[in-house]
Ligand binder design. Structure first.
Ligand code: F3S
Length: 317
């Protein structure tokens, strides 16, 4: 592992970045390319399974099954889960009895504690890759580090991790220039990353920290599932004449995929459902790229890709 502490699985591997869904027209010149790893990551698949498993155990456990906040950031999947018996609540106090599923982003420590005090059963679907920064943050808090957290202060994952840090000595930012806002007198700084941020952003913040502080502990907690999807999105957008990103508008990683694609291919559209797709986007296009955020089931991304392929066939023939 390199000493910069930024090593993770290299997303720039030789893995093919897209699969050809279908080719249309007589000369096979129109293609829909679906990113190879588009769709739900293992943390989301696991959360869905744990939620449905909790529903199947209602005859033993009694009460209802709740998710504190949407189980994942995808309205379509949340609606399906609700139809199957996982009710979304917004406050811990809304869980009157039964089981509360903690979502893949994790929750703040005090929320979990208050649920336990209320006597409801807890199914912890926090992704293991979010548990990791929670554990690291707790250790850093105990060791007296100032924490520079690269991420979005409004994101539930970040709020959850910070609750494990347990002290007010932190800065949450995406902007490397903000490192100058760390108070004078701070001796040792630790850098943590939201699982869904881009590696370049983390590296830029680390660079600023190293320029200012003698001791900088770097923990690359970016999730490989995210970086692989981002790398594939980059490759897809370079090839495609138009890109469709499928996922929840409230999904951080989906928005990042859109941003990556949009910078390379301005003709990039974010959709949550097939109904939002406008056939006019594909007229005269030869390569249509499709990818999906880590909170969108893979089969749903594939179905949208196949529907687009059917849609464009007459328009381009
Ligand atoms: Fe976990 Fe990464 Fe998914 S942190 S929830 S596997 S995007």
């Amino acid at each position: 592992m390199p000493s910069d502490g930024l090593s993770t699985t290299d997303p720039q591997s030789n893995v093919p970045s897209s699969k050809r869904a279908k080719a249309f027209s007589d000369d096979n010149s129109v293609e829909v390319l679906i990113a190879l790893n588009a769709g739900a990551c293992f943390g989301v698949v696991r959360a869905i399974k744990l939620g449905l498993n909790a529903v199947s155990r209602i005859p033993e456990t009694g009460g209802s099954v709740y998710s504190l906040g949407p189980l994942i950031h995808n309205p379509m999947v949340v609606a399906e889960m609700e139809a199957k018996g996982v009710q979304t609540i917004n406050e811990p106090g809304d869980a009157t009895n039964g089981t509360v599923v903690l979502r893949s982003h994790g929750v703040r420590r005090e929320i979990e504690a208050s649920l336990r005090e209320r006597g409801v059963q807890i199914v912890d679907a926090t992704c293991p890759l979010v548990k990791k920064p929670q554990r690291i943050a707790q250790g850093l808090g105990e060791k007296g580090y100032f924490l520079v957290f690269v991420g979005d202060s409004n994101h539930p994952e970040v709020k959850g991790v910070l609750s494990y840090f347990g002290r007010p000595d932190f800065l949450v930012t995406y902007d490397p220039a903000d490192v100058q806002k760390v108070p004078e007198g701070v001796q040792k700084v630790a850098v943590l990353a939201q699982t869904t941020i881009e590696r370049d952003v983390l590296m830029a913040v680390v660079e600023q920290c190293r320029a200012r502080f003698a001791e900088v502990a770097v923990h690359n907690t970016i999730c490989d599932a995210t970086s692989v999807r981002q790398s594939e999105a980059d490759s897809l957008a370079r090839q495609a004449d138009v890109v469709v990103v499928v996922g929840g508008r409230n999904s951080s990683n989906t928005k990042k995929l859109w941003k990556i694609c949009h910078e390379l291919q301005p003709d990039t559209h974010l959709v949550e459902t097939m109904e939002e797709i406008n056939p006019a986007w594909f007229v005269g296009k030869r390569k249509i790229g499709v990818t999906g955020g880590a909170s969108t089931p893979q089969d749903y991304v594939d179905r949208i890709g196949e529907s687009i392929a059917r849609l464009i066939a007459p328009a381009n023939a």
